[in-house]
Design a protein around this ligand. Structure first.
Ligand code: ADP
Ligand code: MG
Length: 545
């Protein structure tokens, strides 16, 4: 099929041809005729299959650019990154349609700038749900004339907790409209939402290209979340990988891991959506040119990366969607080269690994954490390297300093022992505790910190959900969790003191009952001598003194 067979306006055909599109992708040839026929669509296809043009071209084809103060089409996207990307593509497609204004509206940018932007005309609004609602509340944007609505990457929006916002937006849209829903996966929540907002939709589905991961060796390490950074360094030292791409689920984690690695002396760089586009391009080019060999990125930011001879991908966080896993690890082992993919996981994430094995139809080898033996061999190697560096640099003053030290009465053996001990101290790594043994000290006093989790009865939360969610993601055992209180919209949970930072960070990117909660500290500390009041009663221990 050709684009010209699709009954699209000349102006659009010209634009896509100039963009170098030779023929429509599969999702485009399926969806465009249906959408031009005014029907609703529920579409499923993987990233990179060309969905933007699949909904964008028919949308533009039927747009009447008469009064551009009225918003005629709305495209909802999960992230600011995607908003900008989709808005950019829409502008390119519409470059020969005069007078069409595309504006993007997303959180994190000054609202006053957006208001001005909207005032200049907003035929098409590309928005994240939260910020869009902000504008609707302020009445800086109205949807009464909006006759086409697209939910792009719907599963991702639900993952980010936008379901209620989306419903709120739809309550403000005209009944008479065309609705398009695209999603890479179709979990139950999406099908339910589709039932609510779509009218007799056509189903289009493009089969996933079978992704080849056979040439990739897949490895997984079970590790306590708080020891992931240390494990990372151990693996980087134990295995001599050249080009390595590390994936984290959040920008914050990307930043933290990158600065940790920098502190440990690695030349690592971060790549995520908060970094300016120019800088991102420059970082990617440097990585491609092998100016540095350790890149830490989020999924979205890593999208455009196409690097030859990437020999290792590390899933520092397991991806939130299994599909991402294949995209992530598929970046290594290209063009017949072999590659390695290493994933970190918590005990309760074992089932995620099983799912990934099913998806890739390959085994993922569970490896033990580096042993004491491996680590001490490593120390020898690192100290040897330092000695070699020392010999190579051969500072002029060395001989003099040695003579002076000898004359102070040190023997050669003592000097050697003292210096090597110092180097060993600087170059040893402690072996990490396997997760299973991370038990609680029986009998001792336990100190708790109370955290608040933005999920409550309203969200169907029961203590078991919280315990499972925390245990799953953080590796803290249910036994080590203190009192739990659940109220209407939020809950509080006592967690072992010292773990709060890790727990808050981890939970802020973990779905509990399908939602990613807002988590914060409410109370600094409470100590407990082994009693527990809420969930299980335990005989109070007798106290001495
Ligand atoms: P998706 O939304 O499905 O992830 P995109 O719409 O972002 O995919 O498209 C992925 C890339 O493919 C973009 O760079 C886009 O410009 C390009 N593309 C889309 N359709 C075609 C086509 N028919 N021919 C060539 N390239 C295309
Ligand atoms: Mg897309």
């Amino acid at each position: 099929m050709q684009f010209k067979d699709l009954n699209l306006r000349e102006e659009l055909l010209r634009a896509v041809s100039e963009m170098g599109y030779d023929e429509p992708s599969e999702i485009q040839s399926q969806a465009i005729p249906v959408l031009l026929d005014q029907r609703d669509i529920i579409g499923m296809s993987q990233t990179g299959s060309g969905k933007t043009a699949a909904f964008g071209l028919p949308l533009l084809n039927q747009l009447e650019p008469l009064d551009n103060r009225k918003t005629k089409a709305l495209i909802l996207c999960p992230t600011r990154e995607l908003c900008l990307q989709v808005a950019g593509e829409m502008r390119k497609y519409s470059q020969y349609l005069p007078g069409i204004r595309v504006v993007s509206v997303y959180g994190g940018q000054e609202i006053s700038k957006q208001i001005q932007d909207i005032k200049r005309g907003s035929d098409i609004v590309v928005a994240t749900p939260g910020r869009l609602l902000d504008h609707l509340r302020r009445r800086t944007l109205r949807l009464d004339n909006c006759s086409t609505v697209v939910l792009d990457e719907a599963d991702e929006m639900l993952n980010m907790g936008f379901l209620d916002d989306i419903k709120d937006v739809f309550s403000q849209l005209p009944e008479e409209r065309q609705t398009v829903l695209f999603s890479a996966t179709m979990p139950k929540e999406i099908r339910e939402l589709a039932e609510e907002i779509l009218n007799d939709p056509a189903h289009v589905k493009v089969k996933n290209k079978t992704l080849t991961v056979e040439s990739i060796e897949q490895i997984a390490y079970q590790v306590q979340p708080r020891q992931k950074m240390e494990l990372m360094v151990q693996l980087l030292e134990l295995y001599d990988f050249k080009s390595t791409l590390v994936f984290c689920n959040t920008k914050k984690m990307v930043d933290e891991l990158t600065s940790y690695l920098n502190k440990e002396g690695y030349k690592a760089m971060a790549l995520h959506g908060d970094i300016r586009q120019e800088r991102r391009t420059s970082i990617m080019n440097q990585f491609k040119n092998k100016d540095f060999n350790l890149l830490v990125a989020t999924d979205v930011a890593a999208r455009g990366i196409d690097v030859d001879r990437l020999d290792l991908v590390i899933n520092y966080d397991l991806p939130q969607e299994n599909e991402y896993y294949v995209h992530r690890i598929g970046r290594t082992g290209r063009a017949g080269e072999s590659g390695v993919a290493i994933s970190f996981y918590s005990p309760r994430q074992e089932f995620v690994l099983k799912g990934l094995e099913k998806l890739t139809k390959q085994d993922i080898a569970r490896r033990d954490l580096p042993s004491q033996r491996e680590l001490s061999d490593l120390t020898v190697k690192l100290v040897e390297k330092e000695v070699q560096d020392g010999l190579l640099s051969a500072a002029d003053k060395s001989q003099h300093v040695i003579s002076e030290l000898l004359s102070l009465g040190y023997s050669r053996e003592e000097l050697l022992f003292g210096l090597v001990s110092k180097l060993v101290g600087e170059n040893s790594m402690k072996s990490l505790e396997p997760v299973k043994k991370a038990g609680r000290r029986e009998g001792g006093k336990r100190n708790f910190v109370t955290i608040s989790i933005g999920l409550g009865r309203k969200h169907g939360i029961k203590p078991g959900n919280l315990i499972a969610g925390i245990a799953d993601s953080t590796g803290i055992r249910g036994d080590d969790i203190g009192k739990i209180k659940i109220s209407e919209r939020s809950s509080t949970v006592e967690i072992p003191k010292g773990e709060e930072k890790m727990v808050i960070e981890t939970l802020s990117q973990t779905k509990i009952n399908g939602k990613i909660p807002y988590v914060s500290i409410v109370k600094a500390e409470r100590s407990d001598r082994g009693e527990r009041s809420d969930r299980r009663s335990r005989k109070p221990r007798s106290r001495k003194g």
